[in-house]
Design a protein around this ligand. Structure first.
Ligand code: GLP
Length: 246
């Protein structure tokens, strides 16, 4: 695993943006796996700046998001669909037919999960998957205990995840109880993974990601088995990690 340590959130966002911009420039038809949450927001802002100033084009790029809440309409301010359009897609030249998120309002959710997985395969799999990490080690919305061989599936969100994400809602009761998420197997099939983390509240999670025994109790620990992972994290998030290779 390659670890890139930065001084702060801004620098993490810059390194992550450069990383992705280079990938898109090297392969304009790249298949990107996208993440939501507070962590990648700075990176997305810089992708927009770069698109405006340097004209990096996303016309040939295809995206698949990691996850979506069940029960929120697409236009709900808190759906991940809204997040992605507001935070990135509305500001770059991506073709909306190339953008994919699970549909959290599908009438047949099981079928929706199977179709999402099938579609990723049809496109030949994800070239670069962006990940954040939950304090409890979740990746996507794969909560502790999720099977390592899981494909896109429905997950019941833990109270701690709902609590952490309630900052975007008016109160915790409005945070959906379930989500659709790519499975751990789906994420591990990505050819390359870049995981972003910032701040002290992620320090223990990064420590476990790197050093804990690989176990379904801590989903992100599976990344130890992936052959091409880059972690871009700031000093606070890496405070328990002593030997950082840059
Ligand atoms: C959310 C998302 C994850 C994200 C995580 C951390 O629940 N489903 O994909 O990585 O929480 O979010 P944040 O970056 O806001 O800390």
């Amino acid at each position: 695993m390659k670890i890139i340590e930065t001084n702060n959130y801004q620098e993490m966002s810059e390194k992550a943006a450069h990383f992705l911009i280079k990938k898109v420039q090297d392969n304009p038809a790249i298949i990107l796996g996208m993440a939501t949450g507070g962590t990648p927001e700075g990176m997305y802002r810089l992708l927009i700046d770069d698109h405006k100033n340097n004209h990096t084009s996303y016309q040939g790029v295809t995206t698949f998001n990691l996850d979506e809440y069940i029960g929120l309409p697409k236009d709900d301010a808190n759906s991940y669909y809204s997040y992605m359009w507001k935070t990135l897609f509305d500001h770059i030249d991506i073709n909306d037919e190339h953008v994919h998120l699970p549909n959290g309002l599908a009438t047949n959710i099981e079928e929706e999960c199977k179709n999402y997985e099938r579609l990723i395969k049809q496109y030949g799999g994800i070239d670069v998957q962006v990940l954040g990490i939950g304090e409890n080690g979740h990746i996507g919305f794969n909560e502790p205990g999720t099977a390592f061989d899981s494909h896109t599936h429905v997950i019941e969100l833990t109270d701690s995840t709902r609590e952490a994400n309630s900052r975007y809602f008016s109160n915790i009761y409005e945070v959906p109880k379930e989500a659709i998420t790519m499975g751990i197997h789906t994420i591990m099939q990505a050819k390359e993974i870049v995981l972003l983390a910032s701040g002290e509240r992620k320090a223990e999670a990064l420590n476990q990601l790197l050093h804990a025994e690989i176990s379904e109790a801590f989903p992100a620990s599976i990344l130890q088995k992936h052959s091409n992972v880059t972690i871009i994290a700031d000093r606070d998030a890496l405070k328990h990690i002593s030997h950082v290779t840059v």
